[in-house]
Design a protein around this ligand. Structure first.
Ligand code: NAD
Ligand code: UGA
Length: 458
């Protein structure tokens, strides 16, 4: 028989919202509450216009909200009334003091730990859902045990591996669920409680357990490995452009080796998103802290190649367009850091847009879901910027199109129509290699893919 559980999640962001919605749907016997200090975000979660775009999310919320899923701002009450507390607050890169630009800023997280201690009237299981430096659980335990009040706090690490754009699918069918705990009697008991929640929909063999430090570290390492594959293929794309090799062909040939595998080998303008860069820098900082400077330098190079790839894209545009972008009108198709999300955090498109403005180009930014975030990111940028959801209208009167997000709809547009309305010679810079390059070339475009020879009429 399933025992009813009262679950709280502190942090109603990209992870907290979708994760708790899926738990609520899969565990109708549980009551799930999500709290946040951001009242506007909570209001949006309680409305028809959710604060984030994610395929399948609206349907999941509709099935659960008001039944066994609640979004609230009353954090103290949430802590008092629930037995299992997930912590899913933001852990950005520190911008000040020691470790600025590298270490994780843990102040949101520490504030949460102190709130849990202050408002708990009974024992709790506290679950780290956010991505944290290894050994953070120790600090959490020390805070929670700093005032003996008769309550027992058991801290678990349960990192989240979902990716944006596929969050609901990833949560429903995870490759694995990782639960790290202390190997004490109470630690193992707490681990069993969390395991029982996941067994409602995740096959038992996919739920793996480990010691708490391995769990914290595995999350950072998984992201570092994924990002490293992208930097590896992007580094080779630069070599392809010099040698007339084709990165798609290289990546196919390499990825068919079953030891390497085909996923995460798409060359691009570089990885974006709120996590890869921050998590690798966090890993680099940890390594330096432990005196492992060679290991730190190895992982740091993954971030450097990513920056190089973005800058290389701009330099290629500049070179192709006769070494000046000044006064030229450039249309950006896609500003989200990847398709199927409206998220623009650390999006390479934002960096490229800013660099184009520095070159005194005029830019038109187009995206089906990310224009609200793009406007706020570009706030304060100097230069001529406009925003247009319709990709056709965005390209009108432009000298060039830069494809920066791999939205499916860009593949099947009427390129004859688009070419007709552009200034000649018309250029396409396909930063995602998603268009039919030969077809665009035949229509009249000068086409610059990533990691392949350009197709030009000059
Ligand atoms: P987010 O910024 O979207 O959400 C965090 C939320 O926490 C914000 O709404 C913020 O207002 C709230 N918050 C901060 N301090 C609070 C407090 N004391 N009390 C209540 N609410 C508070 O962040 P996110 O993208 O959901 O990421 C959260 C964590 O999960 C990070 O550690 C991240 O590395 C990790 N993660 C993110 C993803 C992803 O795809 N975004 C995937 C896996 C793991
Ligand atoms: C990533 C991981 O995939 C998740 O497992 C992890 O939970 C999450 O980070 C996190 O910790 O936040 P996410 O950043 O949402 O998820 O999206 P990804 O699909 O990993 O894409 C990241 C970036 O890499 C995007 O900009 C994407 O366009 C780029 N990418 C991805 C490539 O350039 N090439 C590829 O082959 C794959």
């Amino acid at each position: 028989m399933n025992v009813k559980k009262n679950i709280l999640c502190i942090g109603a962001g990209y992870v907290g919202g979708p994760t708790m919605a899926v738990i609520a749907r899969k565990c109708p016997h549980c009551r799930v509450t999500v709290v946040d200090t951001d009242a506007k975000r909570i209001e949006a979660w309680n409305s028809d216009s959710l604060p984030i775009y994610e395929p399948g999310l609206a349907e999941t919320i509709q099935q659960t909200r008001g039944k066994n899923l609640f979004f609230r701002t009353d954090i103290e009450r949430g802590i008092r009334e629930n037995d299992i507390i997930f912590v899913s607050v933001n852990t950005p890169t520190k911008t000040f003091g020691v470790g600025a630009g590298m270490a994780a800023d843990l102040h949101y997280w520490e504030k949460t730990a102190r709130q849990i201690l202050e408002h708990s009237q009974s024992s709790k299981i506290v679950v780290e859902k956010c991505t944290l430096p290894v050994k953070t659980a120790l600090a959490m335990e020390r805070i929670l045990k700093s005032v003996p009040n008769g309550n027992n706090f058991e801290v678990l690490s349960n990192p989240e591996f979902m990716a944006e754009g596929t969050a609901i699918k990833d949560l429903e069918y995870p490759d694995r669920v990782l639960i790290g705990s202390r190997e004490t009697e109470s630690g193992l008991k707490a681990r069993d409680v969390l395991t029982e929640i996941y067994t409602q929909w995740v096959p038992r063999e996919k739920i793996i357990t480990s010691n708490i430090w391995s769990s914290e570290l595995s999350k950072l390492v998984a992201n570092a490995f994924l990002a490293q594959r992208i930097s590896s293929i992007n580094a080779i794309s630069a070599l392809c452009e010099k040698t007339e090799a084709d990165i798609k062909e290289v990546s196919k040939a390499v990825g068919m080796d079953s030891r390497i595998g085909p996923k995460f080998l798409e060359s691009s303008i570089g990885f974006g998103g709120s996590c890869f860069k921050k998590d690798i820098l966090n890993l680099v900082y940890l390594c330096r802290n432990y005196g492992l400077s060679e290991v730190a330098a190895y992982w740091e190079s993954v971030v450097r190649i990513n920056e190089y790839q973005q800058e290389r894209f701009i330099l290629n545009m500049l070179g192709a367009m006769f070494n000046t972008l000044s006064g030229k009108k450039i249309c950006i198709w896609g500003v989200a850091f990847k398709a199927n999300t409206g998220d623009t955090r650390e999006s390479p498109a934002i960096y490229i847009a800013r660099r184009l403005l520095e070159e005194k180009a005029e830019i038109v930014i187009s995206d089906p879901y990310a224009l609200v975030n793009a406007r706020s990111d570009m706030n304060g940028a100097e230069g001529r910027i406009s925003y247009e959801e319709d990709p056709y209208k965005a390209a009108w009167g432009c000298h060039a199109i830069a494809v920066l997000t791999e939205w499916e709809q860009y593949k099947s547009l009427d390129f004859h129509n688009i070419f007709r309305e552009m200034i000649k010679p018309a250029f396409i810079f396909d930063g995602r290699n998603i268009l039919d390059h030969q077809r665009c070339f035949n229509i009249g475009f000068n086409v610059y893919p990533i990691g392949k020879p350009p197709l030009t009429h000059f």
